[in-house]
Write a new protein. Structure first.
Lengths: 305, 491
């Protein structure tokens, strides 16, 4: 009886605690349902419709028609190819970021100032710096061609107006924009590598290159992994700089990314159903690539323990 | 194993968050034919940066919600009109909520309103959107609420573009009253003509293609003698400034019922596009590369080009010495040999409509008529009473009468050849204008491949004939899609 009484007592308290627990969980849960789960389900349904925003969504369900059209759409494939080409910037940014971080780690004078300078682009408004760089790249009045003309006397390339050059220009911009973030992450990673590893290696007679290959690089791999994943996801979502620097998607649509294409379809041409289908495809691609990355990480990502 | 499962979940959340991000923003072009791209820089500076809501109260029991976008200085004028309206109807009106926002935000909010089924009582509709708004039951026909004389007082174009009979635009019930009517006229820099010792263009007799080329040749020169041309005859933005030249040679991109693209075997288009692209090939416009460095609008403001497009919305900026320190005037676009002999351009408009779900259709219709056609209101927006012209009067008699007098007397700063614009609005022996064909199709996606690739011809990478053959299938596919979407709007 006594045991029972205790049990009832605990249960009442547990119930009260559970109610409180639910209350604590509620805000993020409701937030997730409202702002994530609902839009995701909505986008999935919209992707099977000819919804325009004005007409009724439910009255215009067409099944997988949008998906079939997308796979036959040359502009989709062109923008997908461009998106992937832009990713050339990811390894470049990682290598540069690591080199700069290692340089800064040596405690060179003005380290704080340099770190801040590298980080400024990361915290600057993307639209603002895109407008700025559109001027840097300007064919007649740009900073780059000004320097080029000063040095060589000839007119520099048409950075944003040439079909091939525009891709290089945007890669340069993206590397510049992302570098600061990568540097900070690698700097933190370097700080976490215990000194005694290097000391032990030195006693064993390892040279600088050996130390880098066998200690620094492997122990930075979690950072490299993180940077790679976030850059890949970000790489698939590139939009603002393209929209600002090359309105209308560049000469012959040569700078347009998948998200630019999605935006144009959904919001310029009022094909919200079709745009949703592009978003779903993009999400699936990102899911697969991220999953592969996580699966493959055991092979190369090393942690200190 | 556990780690792998976690990996998959993490990957899933990351990619799904992208999907959610994409789905939560919803913008839709309400379909206004307001051509504002070219002057985006100046317009952006003038538009209200934040939305504002004013409410005006009377003693009655009817509350109406007006939701529009406009510029700050326009808002002041319309605010006064609404004040007057409340005063005139104070026994009926309890409150008029006057909400003004930016054009960008407007479209988003309207889609949200539609999705939520919570529409304002009075809002905008563009000619392009009339059809889908009516088909989906969002707007009310106004003819029975407004007297015939009021309807007849406005420009013929604005009487017809907001009519829809369930099948075609231009006939049937009237669904909106114009906020404004605008057109894309042509302008020349008088100072450059004086320097070259040339006679000004005749506003009553636009140039032919051939005459235009000769004038442009005389106006293209190397002013500073460094071996590079730094003043050109003309500059045209392919998206907006090319079509008037093509239209003036009788070009139509679509067949009459707007179901088929007609560009590959279109002799008038071939001829006109050859003329247009030759202007650049022959160096009478800045080159494609120069154009990417600095657009025609900036070059015009800088006095580098003799001719440039002038939308009615540009006039105020061009009259302002700080923006454009040159003497200038209006003229007609050059006329091609294979058209009807008239100079053509395109027009734009946005109109006030009344929600089909409003509780007070009579009051709303009266308000709409006042905003659009109140004589004092039109005197204010056109500058007759204020000295600053935001738009041309909607009332025809006012335009030809008081407005022209005010222009001639210098009370309203405006190009003296304003008859060019009235000619386009009204149509006469030398001038004619219509809405763009893209205003009649669900979206303008079919036209994008056309204008966005024209630079390849200018660069000499493709011939006009090959270009037209190449671009037609892509245009047709987009048009088919637009027709399908248009039909999907009809329940």
């Amino acid at each position: 009886m006594a045991g029972n009484k205790v049990k009832v007592h605990r249960s009442a308290m547990a119930k009260r605690e559970e109610r409180w627990a639910w209350l604590f969980i509620a805000p993020p849960f409701i937030g997730f349902m409202l702002f994530m789960a609902y839009p995701i389900v909505f986008a999935l349904i919209a992707s099977t419709s000819k919804w325009t925003g004005i007409n009724s969504l439910w009255g215009n369900i067409v099944g997988l028609q949008n998906y079939a059209k997308i796979f036959a759409d040359a502009k989709f494939w062109k923008s997908m190819a461009t998106t992937i080409i832009y990713m050339i910037g990811i390894p470049i940014g990682m290598i540069l970021g690591m080199l700069i971080a290692m340089g800064l780690k040596r405690g060179i004078p003005g380290k704080r100032l340099l770190t801040t300078m590298y980080y400024v682009p990361v915290v600057s408004s993307l639209v603002a710096v895109s407008i700025l760089w559109a001027w840097v790249f300007n064919y007649d009045y740009g900073l780059l061609n000004g320097i080029y003309k000063f040095l060589t006397g000839a007119h520099g390339p048409n950075w944003l107006g040439d079909e091939h050059m525009v891709k290089i220009s945007l890669i340069i911009f993206m590397v510049w924009k992302g570098l600061g973030g990568t540097v900070i992450l690698y700097l933190a990673g370097l700080q976490n590598i215990p000194r005694d590893y290097y000391e032990a290696a030195m006693i064993d007679g390892a040279n600088g290159f050996d130390k880098f290959m066998n200690i620094t690089l492997p122990l930075l791999s979690p950072v490299t992994f993180y940077v790679l994943i976030t850059s890949l996801i970000g790489g698939f979502q590139v939009f603002v700089e393209v929209q600002v620097m090359t309105p209308s998607g560049g000469p012959n649509y040569s700078s347009a990314t998948v998200v630019y294409y999605l935006y144009e379809k959904a919001f310029t041409n009022g094909q919200l159903g079709y745009g949703s289908a592009v978003a779903v495809i993009l999400a699936i691609i990102i899911f697969i690539i991220t999953a592969i990355n996580f699966w493959g990480q055991d092979r190369w990502v090393k942690t200190i323990d | 194993m556990k780690k792998r499962a976690l990996s998959v979940i993490l990957a899933g959340v990351m990619s799904l968050s992208l999907l959610a991000g994409c789905a939560t923003t919803t913008v839709e072009d309400a379909g206004e034919a307001t051509p504002d791209t070219q002057t985006a820089d100046t317009a952006a500076a003038e538009t209200t940066s934040e939305s504002s809501t004013e409410s005006l109260t009377g003693e009655g029991d009817q509350t109406i919600h007006v939701f529009l976008y406009m510029q700050e200085h326009e808002k002041t004028i319309y605010q006064q009109l609404i004040d007057e309206f409340v005063e005139e109807h104070k026994d009926q009106v309890k409150e008029v909520v006057f909400e003004v926002t930016t054009q960008e935000e407007y479209n988003q909010k309207m889609i949200a309103n539609m999705t939520a089924g919570d529409m304002p009582d009075v809002f905008y509709v563009g000619p392009a959107a009339v059809r889908s708004y009516v088909d989906n039951g969002y707007v009310l026909p106004l003819d029975s609420y407004v007297d015939d004389a009021t309807i007849k007082s406005i420009w013929g174009t604005t009487q017809s573009i907001y009519r829809y009979d369930g099948k075609n635009i231009g006939s049937g019930s009237l669904y909106a009253f114009p906020k404004d009517l605008s057109c894309f006229a042509f302008a020349y820099n008088q100072d450059l003509f004086d320097e070259a010792g040339l006679e000004y263009p005749d506003p009553e007799n636009p140039y032919t293609y051939d005459e235009f080329v000769e004038v442009c040749k005389a106006l293209t020169k190397d002013k500073d003698g460094d071996g590079e041309v730094d003043q050109w005859g003309v500059a045209c933005a392919d998206q907006w400034g090319m079509t008037p030249i093509l239209y003036s040679n009788g070009v139509k991109f679509l067949n009459d019922d707007m179901t088929k693209v007609n560009v590959a075997n279109n002799p008038q288009l071939t001829e006109a596009l050859t003329f247009y692209t030759d202007l650049t090939k022959n160096g009478l416009t800045p080159s494609v590369e120069q154009d990417t460095a600095l657009g025609g609008y900036q070059r015009w403001l800088d006095g580098q080009v003799a001719f440039y497009a002038c939308g009615t919305w540009d006039v105020a900026a061009f009259m302002d010495d700080a923006t454009f320190p040159y003497k200038w005037n209006l003229c007609g676009w050059p006329v091609g040999p294979s058209g009807d002999g008239k100079s053509h351009t395109w027009m734009g408009s946005v109109g006030y409509c009344v929600s089909a779900t409003t509780e007070y259709p009579d009051l709303c219709a009266e308000l709409v008529a006042k905003l659009s056609t109140d004589a004092d209101g039109q005197r204010a927006v056109s500058g007759i009473s204020t000295g600053a012209s935001i738009q041309l009067p909607n009332i025809v008699d006012l335009a030809y009468g008081e407005f022209k007098d005010a222009v001639n007397s210098g009370k309203v700063p405006y190009a003296s050849n304003v008859d060019v614009i009235f000619g386009y609005f009204d149509g006469n022996d030398h001038y004619e204008a219509a809405l763009q064909e893209t205003d009649y199709t669900y979206n303008s996606e079919w036209f994008t491949p056309f204008w966005s690739g024209v630079f390849n011809i200018k660069n000499g990478d493709i011939s006009v004939e090959d270009y037209l053959k190449q671009v037609e299938p892509e245009m047709q596919a987009a048009l088919d899609e637009a027709i399908e979407l248009q039909n999907s709007a009809t329940k």
